[in-house]
Design a protein around this ligand. Sequence first.
Ligand code: 4NP
Length: 159
Amino acid sequence: MKQEKIRLLFVCLGNICRSPSAEAVMRKLVEDAGLGNRFEIDSAGIIGYHEGERADSRMRAHAARRGYALDSISRPIRPWDFRNFDLIIGMDDRNIADLKRKAPDVESEAKVHQMMEFARDSLFDYVPDPYYGGAEGFERVLDLLEDACAGLLEFLRRS
Ligand code: 4NP
């Protein structure tokens, strides 16, 4: 990792389920690796519908059982996020299409990645939205994110 600080922004549709979880999983991984001071980690939503809200209570409960505290407050992505972050990581293909459409220039567009690009061991090529489903959807989100965030850290350590 050459850069002084690596700035990661995780993005999903509402910023109350998947991206706050990605933020918490990644933060714990880098802290456990003793790399907390090398990273700036945040999350945002494509839409501002839940702006100002804490993460979904079901998502928080499932995450807490694995030792993750979801303390982020929902906010929509803003144009300057594309300048301020190094990697902008969406959860599904619709997030990616929306992020590319919102990117103000080609350099910003090149920062957009899909979370599951970094997965090492997964049957899914996107992180499915758990909002309208049951408990298994929230557990799946955490399973996928734990795998993909570990892959992302490995990728960053190599580059
Ligand atoms: P998220 O889940 O994108 O993982 O935060 C959703 C939360 C809320 C909505 C959609 C997805 N919503 O339409 O309100």
